[in-house]
Design a protein around this ligand. Structure first.
Ligand code: GDP
Length: 294
């Protein structure tokens, strides 16, 4: 994960690490290399520029030029800025209400259904009762997929095969949860291959009708800047609470992870790193920055 970026950043620090006396020119060229590494990692250009401008200011302000180990100080500055860029503190999801409702949104193929299973399993492990809801009225296969996952993790899956109204299905599911003492309801909605008006209207209606305590947007990190743009479109329509970045195991670049927070102004809350139900992690910006810097 993010191997290219790590290698390039490491190379950028080399000049500062090896040098006895450091000049402003050395710092400027290191900063330039860092910017190039970020852009190569598919970080939004404006974001890469902003963050490296900050790194440069910090480097000058914190006297990298006269530091005993300028390379180490620079690594620390970059670590702090990358952590900040990805949101600073870890942000938890809000599970509130009786039942608490978590709404999932995202494009088809983003890993939404897989994540629904993972989140259900995660919540179940906290000894809370969960109901999964298949509200994709277009793809019967999506309902079956969720049922298979539900069986695997021992969580009930609510669906209404004949009903084509996702708002009704979601409302009925919440009633069902109340009657059956399920404390958390996770609703998997229909995705499309690309952002379209009908999908947006539908998810907007579902959200308004059920008032979830948490709305998550699920996106494939491997799609880089497309992931960031899709997140922006969804956020403008449904004002979600957090992002789930999937398929990080196959993301060699890292652009979405690094820029989504800055562009969309919503925190990443979970990362998914595989197809198995256990491959789910909370997102810690500082740990991610540490990983990138190696
Ligand atoms: P949905 O259409 O958004 O519901 O997407 P799915 O949950 O069906 O996922 C699409 C494909 O991506 C499936 O083959 C999943 O097994 C796979 N997938 C989901 N999450 C991950 C992940 O974190 N890593 C990898 N490698 N594959 C994933």
């Amino acid at each position: 994960m993010f191997d290219n970026l790590s290698t390039k950043l490491d190379r950028a620090f080399k000049t500062l690490k090896g040098q006895g006396s450091i000049t402003e020119i050395n710092v400027a060229s290191t900063v330039k290399e860092i910017r190039r590494a970020l852009v190569d990692a598919d970080v939004n250009y404006k974001v890469a520029k902003e963050v490296t401008d900050k790194i440069k200011d910090e480097a000058m302000g914190r006297e990298v030029l006269t530091a005993v180990s300028p390379g180490q100080l620079m690594v620390k500055i970059v670590y702090d800025e990358l952590t900040e860029l990805m949101g600073g503190e870890k942000q938890d999801i809000v599970i509130k209400g009786d039942p608490a409702v978590v709404l999932l949104s995202g494009l088809q193929g983003s890993g939404k259904t897989t994540f629904a299973g993972k989140l259900a399993s995660f919540i179940k492990k906290q000894n809370r009762t969960v109901l999964l809801v298949a509200a994709d009225v277009y793809r019967p296969a999506a309902i079956d997929q969720l049922k298979v996952l539900g069986e695997q993790i021992g969580v009930e899956v609510y669906s209404e095969v004949e009903n084509k109204n996702p708002v009704q299905i979601a409302q009925n599911a919440i009633q069902h949860a109340k009657q059956n003492n399920k404390k958390v309801v996770i609703i998997d909605t229909a995705g499309r291959l690309a952002v379209d008006e009908e999908m947006m209207r539908e998810i907007e209606q579902v959200k308004r009708a059920i008032n979830p305590s948490e709305t998550l947007f699920v996106v494939d990190s491997m799609t880089g800047q497309d992931a960031v743009n899709t997140a922006k479109s969804f956020n403008e329509r449904i004002n979600f609470d957090g992002v789930v970045l999937t398929k990080l195991d196959g993301d060699a670049r890292g652009g979405a992870a690094l820029s989504i927070r800055a562009v969309v102004e919503k925190p990443i809350k979970f990362i998914s790193t595989g197809e198995k139900m256990e491959a789910l992690d909370l997102f810690y910006p500082d740990r991610m920055a540490q990983r990138i810097l190696g």
